[in-house]
Design a protein around this ligand. Structure first.
Ligand code: NAD
Length: 334
């Protein structure tokens, strides 16, 4: 069985080769992303393995089917980049890695919170230049602050545990009830109360038509002045233009991003010699109270081990006619 990997990075290789030791699938690693211009490179494979910014829309899926592809194996949790209806129409099975290390993303969320609050990004540069002045570096105690978590799934729950460890009051909003979170001490609330009452708001829900631009001009206007906003989930949860206005007015006091709506043109590549054309992104970078990382929250050894092992296991289970971790179009879900 041959599998073509798109958007493949060198740091993934050792993990996939190890996970493939007993299955011995033929792995073809390509750096290019999957889209309508690269899809032909999957020719000769039974499966494609794709990542967060690969595009598996109707056009690409129809082409994959023509090429004889039977399986789309996502090596990530989110699947907003796959047209599941088109996959079903073309009888392509879609599998994903539902959980690989919620700790990796929750811990990165706190890396952003602590960096922003204690101005570590600024202090690092100052000290290297022999500037030991403390002006502008004052933070606040996290202890006693209110943190609002939108989405209380695997990552949201670990983030809640960490926040409770810091002595924060935790508010949580989710579409589903979550008794485990309540037992931890998370106060389940409606989204309006969460927006209104939180000193820090962190997003842990998936990108869906309902959550697109959940953070917009209107919701921002209901938040506390100086709120810290953190997004390690999906870029399009935030309307970046509205966020820039709120940074300029001081409504947002700190912004931490690991994801960005237009990241597909930027992230996972070295553009340090290029002139970046995305003016919204460059404006975001210009604020002293904004820290952006390039979709690296998942990047721990434990997460990559789990991603590789689960992906190979998913593909193997498909061959045995019992696909694990299958993702189906909404109307097919029980
Ligand atoms: P999960 O499925 O365990 O939890 C998501 C939660 O969001 C669920 O409890 C669900 O009920 C809730 N939800 C759905 N729609 C909602 C809405 N409209 N409002 C509020 N809550 C809603 O997923 P997870 O493993 O916790 O991952 C969360 C998100 O993190 C993923 O969707 C993915 O986009 C993102 N993620 C990012 C990285 C990264 O490297 N930055 C890595 C993994 C996952």
């Amino acid at each position: 069985m041959k599998i073509t990997f798109f958007s493949f990075k060198d740091y993934e290789k050792a993990f996939f080769e190890k996970a493939n030791t007993s299955t011995n699938f033929q792995l073809k690693f390509l750096e290019v992303p999957l889209n309508s211009t690269t899809v032909d490179l999957a020719k000769g494979s039974t499966a494609v393995c794709i990542f967060v910014n690969d595009i598996a829309d109707k056009e690409v899926i129809t082409k994959l089917k023509e090429l004889g592809i039977q399986l789309i194996a996502l090596r990530c949790a989110g699947y907003n980049n796959v047209d599941l209806e088109a996959a079903e129409e073309n009888k392509l099975v879609v599998v994903r890695v539902p959980a690989y290390s919620p700790y990796s993303v929750a811990e990165h969320t706190f890396a952003l919170i602590l960096t922003l609050n204690r101005k570590i990004h600024r202090a690092y540069n100052r000290v290297r230049e022999g500037n030991f002045s403390l002006g502008g570096l004052m933070g606040y105690d996290l202890h006693g602050k209110t943190i609002g978590l939108i989405g209380l799934g695997k990552i949201g729950m670990i983030t809640a545990k960490i926040a409770i460890g810091f002595g924060c009051k935790v508010l949580g909003y989710d579409l589903q009830p979550n008794e485990e979170c309540e037992k931890l001490g998370v106060e389940i609330t409606d989204i309006e109360t969460l927006f209104k009452s939180s000193d820090i708001i962190s997003l842990h829900c998936p990108l869906t038509p309902e959550t697109k631009h959940l953070i917009n001009k209107d919701s921002l206007s209901t938040m506390k002045n100086g709120v810290m906003l953190v997004n390690t989930s999906r870029g399009a949860l935030i309307d970046a233009v509205a966020v820039i206005e709120s940074l300029k007015s001081g409504k947002i006091g700190h912004l931490g991003l690991d994801v960005y709506e237009e990241e597909a043109h930027l992230f996972f590549q070295d553009l340090s010699e290029k002139v970046i054309q995305d003016d919204v992104f460059m404006r975001l970078l210009s604020f002293p109270n904004v820290v952006i990382t390039g979709h690296q929250a998942f990047l721990t050894q434990e997460a990559l081990t789990n991603i590789a092992e689960t992906t190979i296991e998913n593909i193997d289970s498909y061959l045995n006619a019992e696909p694990l971790n299958e993702v189906k179009a909404l109307h097919l879900k029980s």
